[in-house]
Design a protein around this ligand. Structure first.
Ligand code: RIB
Ligand code: CA
Length: 326
């Protein structure tokens, strides 16, 4: 399977852990490139975290491309207005980040630098090079993908599939009562991409990711082994478990990665018409199952439940094994 990994990387928790899982199975998944988008963090900071991970895992042969540093329409000022009018937004990611870029764990920047090509151009060129073969794995806001389709709408049908983490079909949001973070950060991009002619779209929303929190017991098992990856995990996730042993981490993007490696991890899914709320109001960025979708309208494969034991096995195995390298 040939993929482009489109990420809003921050510290290790889920984007980087998901990429680390995929890097451990390069026999199954060929990662053509990592593209970074603003979301959890700014593009320059997120890129440094990903370059560090690629170096740490001996995968710096995989190129990284910087992408959109802001959503299509949403802005910090709009988010402030939304909060003032309709209540708090629990996480605003890059909207709250300053321009400073800190070195990742270890205190130095990776030697490999981002490629000069913009992420959007890289995605366009790669789909054109491998028509009908590229799976876009989007684990951040969909700004890069929307810009690809805006520039080259003709390419939508030549993408093999889109597998994304984001949205909430039948459960509440995680940043507002209505919205999940990735979709809330750039709802207009998500609406454009989900409405496009991409042949297959697979959604890993909160409906499924809520089922698989990581608790201290799983964390302790993983970091008991000492590898560069577990040291990074301990550095980024350990302090919270030390402060609060009852804490839970959601590892949203990792469930997407586990399914790419072993689709039998998902036990319940439905094909549903999914719509994104782009009206600036209390439900801005929410997703829901459309009630009045036309019978021949676009359907999304919505992943709803998983084999929890199998997921934990895959997660623990891939994050503890010796690093594969290229
Ligand atoms: O809502 C969870 C999503 O937002 C995850 O992809 C997380 O990494 C953040 O991007
Ligand atoms: Ca993410």
């Amino acid at each position: 399977m040939r993929i482009i990994f489109d990420t809003d990387s921050a510290v290790f928790n889920d984007d980087a852990a998901a990429l680390a899982m995929l890097l451990q199975r390069r026999d199954v998944v060929e990662i053509l490139g990592v593209t970074v988008v603003a979301g959890n963090h700014t593009v320059p900071q997120g890129s440094e975290h990903m370059l560090h991970l690629l170096e740490l895992t001996g995968a710096d042969d995989i190129p990284l491309f910087c992408g959109a540093d802001a959503p299509l329409v949403n802005t910090p000022a709009r988010a402030a207005r939304q909060e003032a009018q309709w209540g708090p937004i629990s996480f605003k990611g890059a909207f709250d980040a300053g321009p400073e870029v800190l070195p990742p764990h270890g205190g130095r920047f990776a030697a490999t630098r981002p490629r000069a090509t913009h992420a959007v151009s890289f995605i366009i060129d790669t789909i054109a090079r491998y028509p009908d073969e590229v799976t876009l794995v989007a684990v951040g806001p969909m700004t890069n993908l929307a810009l690809v389709l805006r520039r080259r709408p003709d390419l939508a049908g030549r993408i093999k599939s889109l597998v994304f983490m984001g949205g909430n079909a039948r459960v509440p949001g995680n940043v507002t009562p209505a919205a999940e973070f990735n979709i809330w950060f750039d709802p207009e991009a998500a609406a454009a991409v989900l409405g496009s002619a991409i042949p297959r779209i697979v959604m890993f929303g909160l409906d499924i990711t809520n089922h698989a929190p990581i608790r201290k017991t799983q964390f302790d098992t993983i970091v008991a082994g000492d590898t560069p990856l577990t040291r990074l995990m301990r550095h980024d996730m350990g302090p919270r478990f030390e402060r609060d042993p009852g804490a839970t981490y959601y590892v949203w993007d990792c469930i997407t990665a586990a399914w790419l490696i072993d689709p039998s991890v998902v036990t319940v899914s439905e094909r549903l018409p999914i719509e994104v709320d782009t009206t600036f109001g209390p439900s801005y960025g929410g997703t829901r199952v459309s009630e009045d979708a036309p019978a021949d309208g676009r359907l999304v494969d919505v992943m709803l439940d998983l084999d929890l034991e199998k997921f934990y096995r895959i997660y623990e195995d891939l994050l503890t094994r010796p690093l594969e390298g290229p």
